[in-house]
Design a protein around this ligand. Structure first.
Ligand SMILES: Nc1ncnc2c1ncn2[C@@H]1O[C@H](COP(=O)(O)OP(=O)(O)O)[C@@H](O)[C@H]1O
Ligand SMILES: [Mg+2]
Length: 258
């Protein structure tokens, strides 16, 4: 059975989509069967993987019960993906029933056998879409920038995870906090790193040893809709994400037995 990993945090622009895309491409390169799921109405992951958000069935149609999950899967050169669509932003208002946090978990159940890893990209914020991602997931990766505002967000994220554990997914674990756009040469980055280490110890949240350095080649790959590992295999960003993959495998985020 597949491992489902959500990439989530309430902040935007911190590398959630880039992390989801890089890990999806990385797992695929290592021979695993990978499905990416775009839960952000902005569809950035869908775009960067050249998926069709307009004419194909998307995660919106799946959650609405208008399309079977299997039929919403698109096969792109990077990995399989269920794309997103702008309409997804209406989910909050369209679904008011109790149990709406389980929509994604239930939708993925029939395809879990087909994949080793399912990576879910989440929108910023902690609304119903992110709660669905966290409810469907076995673990969550929390990207953060090495700045003071991001530090303040850790406690809030921790609270969200605790709430989801209590209400809809007791087995959710935090795989780790991931420092992104990290420049080890700057003093502020090193200072924040030290503080994150302290906070993560106090809260009992793992912090990935691997940090992702600032890397323009990955942004270029996204805008050109290329597989970033093939586009810039020697770039710092790709090297850092591959190191993160190794760390995840060492740390036991291997194919699940659930
Ligand atoms: N390590 C990095 N180095 C440089 N730019 C990055 C890096 N990671 C992400 N970016 C860029 O930062 C912007 C925000 O990243 P993104 O992954 O879209 O964040 P989120 O999904 O959290 O909003 C994008 O333009 C992306 O290309
Ligand atoms: Mg994003």
């Amino acid at each position: 059975m597949s491992k489902i990993i959500a990439i989530a945090t309430q902040k935007g622009g911190v590398g959630k989509t880039t992390t989801a895309g890089a890990l999806a491409a990385g797992f695929k390169k290592r021979g695993f069967r990978v499905l990416a799921v775009d839960m952000d109405p902005q569809s950035n992951l869908s775009f960067s993987m050249k998926a069709d958000s307009e004419t194909c069935a998307t995660i919106y149609h799946v959650l609405k019960g208008e399309a079977r999950t299997q039929f919403a899967i698109q096969h792109t050169p990077v990995t399989d993906i269920i794309a997103s669509n702008m309409l997804l932003s209406g989910i909050e208002l369209e679904f008011t029933d109790k149990g709406r946090e389980f929509l994604l978990r239930d939708a993925l159940a029939p395809v879990r056998e087909l994949y080793d890893y399912i990576l879910i990209d989440s929108p910023p914020g902690i609304g119903v879409l992110t709660v669905n991602a966290l409810t469907a997931a076995d673990s969550v990766i929390v990207p953060m920038l090495p700045d003071i505002f991001s530090l303040q967000g850790i406690a809030q994220l921790y609270e969200t995870v605790e709430n989801v554990r209590r209400r809809s997914n007791p087995r959710l674990s935090i795989a780790g906090i991931l420092l992104v756009k990290y420049n080890p040469r700057t003093r502020i980055a090193r200072e924040v790193h030290g503080t994150v280490e302290m906070i993560s110890k106090n809260l009992g949240i793992p912090l990935f040893r691997s940090c992702i350095r600032t890397c323009i080649a990955m942004t270029e790959a996204q805008s050109l809709q290329h597989d970033m590992i093939e586009y810039a295999p020697n770039s710092t960003g790709v090297q850092d994400y591959l190191a993160l993959l190794d760390e995840m495998m060492e740390g036991g985020i291997t194919v699940g037995e659930k």
